[in-house]
Design a protein around this ligand. Structure first.
Ligand code: KG4
Ligand code: ZN
Length: 329
């Protein structure tokens, strides 16, 4: 079954194509128009999706060497995300489905990220834990079995990637800041500046305090070294993720842990979690970088699974700004 996956929930326009478990195309265009604003501007995001979605789809079909009529199912992100951006993808998917006479399925973006774990060589067994860390989300999820989720904790304020982006902006680095912080951190000295590791209750996450600590430090130390601040911010931000996951592993006793979302591209994060997995004798599952960040393949993958079990969505389906994993309809 050939499934086309369409993702426009934020600032990436992404088209993926799969034939059952085989990836045929993965085309992503990241919008650079937001760089000068230091964050995503919703209306600009929606307008850019409109500009690039048709050429990107053409590129995906060329890469896959398929024709429009070869597609059996169209899977599209319905949310959570920016409403205007989501509407572009959903309306486009509907028009393709109607004109081709093919079924459409509208899927949850977060579940798409979780399904990126089906694209790794060794897929995690049930039950397992998933840490989802991106620019919009920071959640720890207990995956009991297929389609059964329990969110153990989520961020009380900023998402982890958002904190990387905001701290990068403070340090005069470009947007999106995560990769630039990581790059700077390589030259920084750990311990040169001490930032507190956040400690919210239970398995919640919080990044507002850490971000403010960086802001005050930079205000009070005019001659600060960007690399030292980046390294020690990164260390505290990642240590926080590690501590929450540690508690999640203690509580659930699962033997498999998956890491998904844009921040998991970070090599220091991967190093820290590899050490954690080794010390606890659990198996770590991390998709390739291209499937950690927003992509259409994960949307195609989850859509195909849901379609097999529940059938298509109604053509009148709407976008959703928020939809926790437990409440997917
Ligand atoms: O999953 P994603 O592509 O889009 C969202 O759904 O948000 O994640 C993007 C986020 C951005 O905040 C970006 O700064 C962060 O992932 N990111 C990183 C790295 N690469 C991307 N954060 C830390 N280190 C990185 N190497
Ligand atoms: Zn995402």
């Amino acid at each position: 079954m050939i499934t086309l996956g369409i993702e426009t929930s934020c600032d990436e326009t992404a088209i993926g194509m799969i034939d059952d478990g085989k990836v045929l195309a993965n085309i992503v265009s990241s919008q650079i128009a937001h760089t000068k604003f230091g964050g995503v501007v919703p209306e600009i995001a929606a307008r850019n999706h409109i500009k690039v979605i048709v050429p990107l789809t053409k590129a995906a079909f060329e890469t896959a060497q398929k024709k429009l009529t070869d597609v059996d199912l169209i899977s599209v992100t319905k949310g959570p995300g920016l409403v205007g951006a989501l509407l572009v993808g959903l309306s486009y998917a509907k028009s393709l489905a109607i004109s081709l006479g093919k079924p459409i399925i509208a899927v949850n973006h977060l579940e798409g990220h979780v399904y990126a774990l089906q694209l790794v060589k060794q897929v995690p067994r049930f039950p397992h834990l998933v840490l989802l860390v991106s620019g919009g989300h920071t959640e720890i999820v207990f995956v009991e079995e297929v389609f059964r989720y329990k969110t153990l904790g989520r961020t009380l304020d900023d998402a982890c990637g958002e904190a990387f982006d905001k701290v990068a902006k403070l340090l005069g680095l470009p947007y999106p800041g995560g990769p630039y912080i990581e790059q700077q951190a390589r030259d920084g000295k750990i311990g040169a500046v001490v930032f507190p590791v956040p400690h919210p209750k239970g398995m919640s996450f919080s990044y507002a305090g850490l971000k403010t600590a960086v802001l005050y430090y930079t205000r009070e130390h005019a001659n600060y070294r960007v690399s030292d601040v980046a390294a020690n911010f990164q260390e505290a931000a990642l240590e926080h993720l590690l501590q929450v996951v540690y508690r999640g592993l203690e509580k659930t006793k699962v033997r498999h842990l998956g890491l998904v979302g844009g921040v998991t591209v970070n090599s220091r994060l991967r190093e820290k979690f590899t050490n954690l997995a080794r010390s606890r004798n659990i198996t770590l599952h991390v998709p390739e970088a291209q499937y950690c960040t927003d992509n259409g393949v994960m949307i195609a993958r989850v859509g195909a699974e849901r379609f097999k079990r529940f059938g298509p969505s109604d053509i009148s389906i709407d976008v959703v700004a928020r939809e926790p994993l437990e409440q997917i309809t």
